[in-house]
Design a protein around this ligand. Sequence first.
Ligand code: SF4
Ligand code: SF4
Length: 210
Amino acid sequence: MQNGTVRGYFRDIWQTVYSILVGMRISLKYCFAKTVTLQYPDMAPALQPRYRGFHFFEIEKCIACDLCAKACPVDCIYIEKTGPRKIDKATGVAAGGAMTRYAIDYSKCMFCALCVDPCPTECIHMGNLHDLSGYDRESMIVEFTDLAVEGLQTPQPLWMQRDNLPEWARQRKEDWVEFRQSDDKLSGKNEVRREKMQAAMVASVPSKKK
Ligand code: SF4
Ligand code: SF4
């Protein structure tokens, strides 16, 4: 056996042993680390600031340009419209045309946020709702146009309809109700109000089924 080959043989052995040791060191660290169990739902879940949850949608600024739907890798954004919409620069609200449907199928959405970046009016955001649920695939499709007619910008989690909530959830429910009834806190411009959104959507979607 030549020298170079022998050196390579032992180098391969060393690299194998070394990579096992590195892996074992990481595993052992977690073996002896303190386990953390969050007693959800009695305790609030610890969501990170950049958590990507169910979308928060400012539908009154949406011009139905389809850019978000085209960017979506799983084609789970459904947009239907009767004409072009434009942003009214004075109010920051979309006008003209009619958006008859904006829906997201959450049985397909993978919360990648690729729909957020191309939006020219910055009206679709990843929200912090993490706990929506449903009983069938149909209920996984959130109809944002129907929500807007009701004055809502995000779907309401089922648990919010319950009376006996733990303290953190009660606080979150209050924030949610207050948020949807208040000014546009997300963008910081106190100009788009729930009533304005509601009026605009009812006017542009006169024959919604719900
Ligand atoms: S988060 Fe990703 S998968 Fe979900 S709607 Fe947006 S682009 Fe599509
Ligand atoms: S990219 Fe923005 S403005 Fe265009 S359809 Fe999507 S949400 Fe609406």
